[in-house]
Design a protein around this ligand. Sequence first.
Ligand SMILES: *[C@@H]1O[C@H](CO)[C@@H](O)[C@H](O)[C@H]1NC(C)=O
Ligand SMILES: *[C@@H]1O[C@H](CO)[C@@H](O)[C@H](O)[C@H]1NC(C)=O
Ligand SMILES: *[C@@H]1O[C@H](CO)[C@@H](O)[C@H](O)[C@H]1NC(C)=O
Ligand SMILES: *[C@@H]1O[C@H](CO)[C@@H](O)[C@H](O)[C@H]1NC(C)=O
Ligand SMILES: *[C@@H]1O[C@H](CO)[C@@H](O)[C@H](O)[C@H]1NC(C)=O
Length: 475
Amino acid sequence: MFGNLRRRLAGTLPLDDRMEKGQVRNRHSRVCLLASLSAFFWFVLLYFHFVMLGGSSVVTQSNPATVNTESIKKIPRNPNPIHVSSHVASDSPKFDVSREKEISANGKSKDESLKIVKSSNVKHLPVNKKDRAHSQMAKYPFMRALRTRENKSDPCGGRYIYVYDLPPRFNENMLKECRSLSLWTNMCKYTTNAGLGPPLENAEGVFSNTGWYATNQFAVDVIFSNRMKQYECLTNDSSLAAAIFVPFYAGFDIARYLWGHNVSTRDASSLALVDWLMKRPEWGIMGGKDHFLVAGRITWDFRRLTDEEYDWGNKLLFLPAAKNMSMLVVESSPWNENDYGIPYPTYFHPAKDADVFIWQERMSKLDRKWLYCFAGAPRPDNPKSIRGQIIDQCKNSKVCKLLECDFGESKCHSPSSIMQMFQSSLFCLQPQGDSYTRRSAFDSMLAGCIPVFFHPGSAYTQYTWHLPRNYSLMR
Ligand SMILES: *[C@@H]1O[C@H](CO)[C@@H](O)[C@H](O)[C@H]1NC(C)=O
Ligand SMILES: *[C@@H]1O[C@H](CO)[C@@H](O)[C@H](O)[C@H]1NC(C)=O
Ligand SMILES: *[C@@H]1O[C@H](CO)[C@@H](O)[C@H](O)[C@H]1NC(C)=O
Ligand SMILES: *[C@@H]1O[C@H](CO)[C@@H](O)[C@H](O)[C@H]1NC(C)=O
Ligand SMILES: *[C@@H]1O[C@H](CO)[C@@H](O)[C@H](O)[C@H]1NC(C)=O
């Protein structure tokens, strides 16, 4: 998967970019080797813990989708400072795609590495060694959780999740301070209804009468932790748990401080959280490898490379403890092992399966008068952005519909205008914005409009738990 991404990049980037990537790769190859050796051991452990436990059931929620309401002020960043006008409306959080160059292009995808470990370890381990490994394993504290899977009368065997009762400053208190969660958007409205936001009226008949909410694209922190409360296999006995959920609102936390706050303010909650976690008995069992957290922001908000004030975000995902945990984010990094991409939330939160089928039926019968459409703002300051081209070509085409998101409040921020356009179009163009991914991709899928991606990181290498890698091969 990742090999694919790299090949594509090499094929499409200018020569100097390619050379730069090549150098980075060489420099990192030894580190890579070491990393993969140590990773090997942990994959074996994780394999037993998660794969045999069927631990992928960790993420049982599916909240596709979101709202594009946040105007984002960009700040110039090293090593490629960019000068950006300060009021560009943006549909994705801030991230300079040029960061690609800063990060080593190494290794395999997470899924691929897991597969390799699985086959090499399981197939080639001689039988007597396997037995010995098995009896040694029995000593580990996590074996109790593993054995719940063998209990045929326990429908939750292997699926138990333990949720930490964190001090409220890590979650609930942030909701009380909802006005401070974003510089541009009053998030108070969006944290209601367990994070779904207020119900949307169906005045124009674009939605269904129920199940539609004004959901903010960054609300996953609170949506997920509330959904987790309804999970049927919660346990208060952490020794039975296949995974341990840390309900820290990491996305809300950093969103408050992304602009105009110093690095110590930005890092404070992350450091306090890690300090709290490492004192729990649950942490010692696997050094946090069975812990996961969920944040509705892009991984780059948590991956500050240096402690320089101009550098972006906090360093949560680079903390040693966080490297042991798994973080679910709306955009993950292809170069790191401790984060996983999950979809942005959409406006649709159906209460039952039947609501989904009715919706699908309706979308499949629509008359789509536009061949293609685009909703978004140009990126005039990014010479690599294809958005300006797309907007120009759309304007000149009789078969394209455009929703421009230039300044302030526009139709582009109205859920019904967006969904109406997507419902009348066959293809929905989803070029990168400030980062690889867009909530809009999920809105278009919901509307039955075929998303068109311009970068593998926008979907194919991103949402491997949720989307087929290649839909063309699925028939
Ligand atoms: C198996 O699961 C059932 C139902 O949860 C429980 O009552 C029983 O104690 C479990 N057995 C063992 C050996 O853990
Ligand atoms: C865990 O303990 C809390 C507080 O005692 C209780 O409210 C909750 O129902 C318990 N959960 C489970 C799954 O037993
Ligand atoms: C960072 O900002 C906080 C709050 O504004 C302030 O109290 C603190 O002294 C600052 N720290 C540094 C190192 O500048
Ligand atoms: C991460 O896991 C490794 C391997 O179990 C362990 O040695 C290390 O102490 C853990 N890190 C933290 C911060 O607990
Ligand atoms: C998907 O498969 C088709 C048919 O084999 C191929 O032409 C296309 O390039 C693939 N797309 C991606 C993104 O891998």
